[in-house]
Write a protein that binds this ligand. Sequence first.
Ligand code: HEC
Ligand SMILES: [Cu+2]
Length: 337
Amino acid sequence: MKRILPLLTGLALLLSGCGRADLSVLNPQGPVAQKQYDLIKISISIMALVVVVVFAICIYVLIRYRRRPGDKTIPKQVEGNHTLEIIWTVVPLLLLLILGVPTIQTVFGLAKDYSHDKNAIHVKVTSRLYWWEFEYTDYGITTAQQLVVPSNKKIAFELASGDVKHSFWIPSIGGKLDTNPGLTNRMYLEFPKEGIYRGKCAELCGPSHALMDFKAQSVSPASFDRWVAAMKAPAVMPADAHIAETFRSKCLSCHAIGDQGTNGAPNLTGVGGRETVGSILYNDVSPGAAEDNFRKWITDPQKVKPGTTMPSAADNQLTPDEINGLAKYLAGYKLNY
Ligand code: HEC
Ligand SMILES: [Cu+2]
């Protein structure tokens, strides 16, 4: 018991995330996740049934036919029993059918390709150590870390990786599917309810793999249109001329905002409105947290996400005033949608 207790405590802690609507497979928030959850339920029920029946028979036989004290006789030797043999062939066959038919139906159903469907929203996902890029090919816009989608539409994803293998997974909405370098995988998802869902990288990819989250924000179709328009609007640069120049020379060499910069790092258009900084520092924990998070991130991204290629403030030769100015600007850079 002493040895098992920490294990149980750990398990309880681990399972405390179960059931969360924005995070858990066990609380599906869309039709894809619902179908996957139904498959989980049917396979676990069948397996549990088999375990219970087999163990019950096994325990019964062990007790009922055990060798009793003084009993020296050799039991009757039986070989071959048609009835039993038919039972233990037919029952597993039936169970496999009950398991197999819906599994194949669902798996092939979920593989439906909406990439040429005019009514679907097409998103090209590129995973990189340790962030996610989302390109909306229908609209010519690119964002990162926080996917924005209209509710009740089919979202057709094209998944690929810019470096090593990752895996795209939004547990309460559906997934997961690997992202490979040089190969495109396709998948669709639907978000019937508005809200922000947490996405995960589900393939061990490096030291910050566990921090390689992203968000999927489902909004009303009208709100989505406003978001697209805001993404296409001219970039908002820092108001302060010196901060603007710093941002242009030291940040836009990797990042993009609006029509400026390059998309070699997360697109920062409207970054202050994302739920997190660096996909892992949450902004909604207290008022002013966003600015603190940006400061923390710009000062030393390695400390937040070991292995990231973003340079620290020291590498970038930023003064404390410049760090503060940039943090304030980024925290205030929100899109209205
Ligand atoms: C060498 C390229 C490079 C330069 C230069 C660079 N960054 Fe980054 N930045 C990155 C990468 C890569 C990431 C993604 C890190 C991750 O999450 O794994 C990132 C992430 C970020 C994020 C988090 C975005 C989000 O939505 O989570 C912010 C904010 C940011 N950078 C701000 C800056 C600022 C401000 C500067 C200039 C002082 C800067 N970066 C300079 C490469 C760069
Ligand atoms: Cu990963």
